[in-house]
Design a protein around this ligand. Structure first.
Ligand SMILES: Cc1cc2nc3c(=O)[nH]c(=O)nc-3n(C[C@H](O)[C@H](O)[C@H](O)COP(=O)(O)OP(=O)(O)OC[C@H]3O[C@@H](n4cnc5c(N)ncnc54)[C@H](O)[C@@H]3O)c2cc1C
Length: 449
């Protein structure tokens, strides 16, 4: 049996980053990862799934000095580029001048984080699947995914960063009285599709934007990749009309896309193959409690709080978990009982809040962004915020560009703002009088009420 100081299960985005934080503090870290080493397998050259990296994640990467490396594989996206059903397009900046989110390939980012983890001294052991944990003996049962052999490793300190369907969470849950577990699937799934690069690696759509085709009940989005391609994601009902279930032949898919995403279809030469070759995946929210066990175990990243991707915050939140945990090591002078207790106390409400915000944002992205009334509301908010920057930070900016505001605070602030804006939008003739001083005064009064 091996004796390890500190063990992490899962060398995904969060586990790899966490190991850097811990190695920098002198911990001897071993990471056990179920998959083979993706840097050796030809996974990166295949499908390119990309994510939006924003300020909370960037702050965490900067803290450990990794952001300069990561920036090299990022494409800034300054706003949403809407492709409306009537063929018109519109552009909405995400925030103020200079504020943007970043498109980054998940595989490239994960490979880079694993390289950096190893450079900092972490040891990653691949093809090792966590099966269960003996909490009395502090032993993890691992299965070699190649020859199926079983082994055990000892830990003093263990982190479960094994994703939304975490085995560490399950074994924690099964041996815990009154474990709270809430798992919620939405009726929509997603499928990845592709817009290849143009001639000489050119971008066939505006490069520095997140593209959205909002269609009421569903939507498609596209994020740019370094090679000039775009990864499109269709968020679509599993059943009903229209739905994945209905689009069961190549002809139906092509016909539906031609009618619905007219301007995208000519850019998608492999649409039919992609649609049937790529899986239809589900979207889950997971909330649970407790996240910790004494002074020896904590869940982190998706294992603690899986969310739907509509605020682009799952990874960013997981990176922020690492940053908060790191700051608590100083606060509690390395006393892990206190560190873990406060980590849970701080992060559980924030994890719950961003899970809720992410679910709410689906309606905004797929439907409201194409609605003139909603666009006017956003214009009034932006106008007010520009005039009084300290008084009103739009919810999107609080979540995406303001790491100093906790997710749980953003949720509360956002509800209050929405309530005020609903009253403003209900005023007669608001389309014409929105710039009047009386409107500004009303917003101020309601904010201070
Ligand atoms: C469609 C989609 C779009 C998204 N877009 C964004 C976005 O724009 N911005 C954003 O911030 N987030 C986004 N997310 C969320 C983001 O992908 C996750 O929050 C992030 O990957 C979580 O990282 P993690 O390390 O906690 O988990 P994961 O990335 O899932 O990594 C878990 C690791 O644990 C390993 N593992 C699993 N089980 C075991 C086991 N039993 N033993 C050993 N190892 C195991 C896995 O192989 C994996 O390597 C998106 C998610 C989806 C589905």
């Amino acid at each position: 049996m091996q004796k390890n100081e500190t063990v992490i299960i899962g060398a995904g985005l969060v586990g790899s980053l966490l190991s850097v934080y811990l190695c920098k503090r002198g911990y001897k870290v071993k990471i056990y990862e179920r998959r083979p080493d993706m840097r050796k397998a030809d996974l990166v050259a295949g499908r390119s799934i990309n994510l939006a990296l924003s300020d909370r994640g960037i702050k965490a990467l900067e803290e450990v000095g990794l952001m300069d490396e990561i920036r090299k594989i990022c494409i800034p996206m300054h706003g949403r580029f809407m492709h409306n059903a009537d063929g018109s397009t519109a552009y909405q900046p995400y925030g103020k001048e200079g504020q943007y989110i970043n498109s980054v390939s998940r595989a490239q980012l994960n490979c880079k984080l694993m390289d950096l983890a190893e450079e900092h001294g972490a040891q990653i052991i691949f093809n090792q699947k966590c099966e269960s944990i003996d909490w009395n003996k502090n032993e993890i049962l691992l299965q070699d995914t190649g020859n199926q052999s079983l082994s055990t490793v000892h830990f003093n300190l263990l982190f479960g960063s094994d994703g939304a369907y975490a085995a560490t969470r399950l074994t924690h849950q099964l041996q815990h009285n009154r474990f709270q577990y809430n798992q919620y699937y939405i009726d929509f799934g997603y499928k990845e599709l592709n817009i290849p690069p143009g001639k000489n690696g050119s971008f066939l759509l505006e490069k520095n934007a997140l593209h959205i085709w909002p269609r009421g009940n569903y939507m498609m989005i596209a994020l740019p990749n370094m090679n000039g391609s775009f990864t499109c994601t269709l968020f679509f009902p599993f059943e009903g009309n229209p739905s994945f279930e209905m689009l069961d032949t190549k002809e139906k898919v092509t016909e539906f896309f031609k009618q619905t995403f007219t301007d995208a279809v000519p850019l998608m030469p492999t649409l039919e193959e992609d649609f049937f070759d790529n899986p239809t995946s589900s979207l889950v929210t997971v909330k649970c409690y407790p996240w910790i066990r004494d002074d020896k175990f904590a869940l982190i990243g998706d294992a603690a709080h899986a969310m739907v991707p509509f605020f682009g915050q799952g990874m960013n939140c997981g990176f922020e978990d690492c940053s908060v945990l790191n700051s608590l090591i100083d606060t509690h002078n390395g006393n892990w009982k206190n560190i873990l207790a406060q980590y849970q106390e701080l992060r559980k409400p924030d994890g719950d809040a961003i899970c809720d915000l992410a679910l709410n944002n689906f309606v905004e992205m797929r439907d409201k962004v194409a609605n003139p009334k909603f666009l006017l509301q956003k214009k009034i908010e932006a106008n007010f915020s520009n005039k009084y920057p300290g008084k009103w930070i739009p919810l999107y900016s609080q979540v995406t560009f303001s790491p100093q505001i906790r997710y749980s605070e953003a949720l509360v602030n956002g509800k209050k703002q929405e309530d005020i804006m609903q009253q403003v939008m209900a005023l007669p003739n608001i389309d014409n009088c929105w710039q009047d001083e009386a409107i500004e005064k009303m917003i101020f009064e309601k904010m201070n009420a």
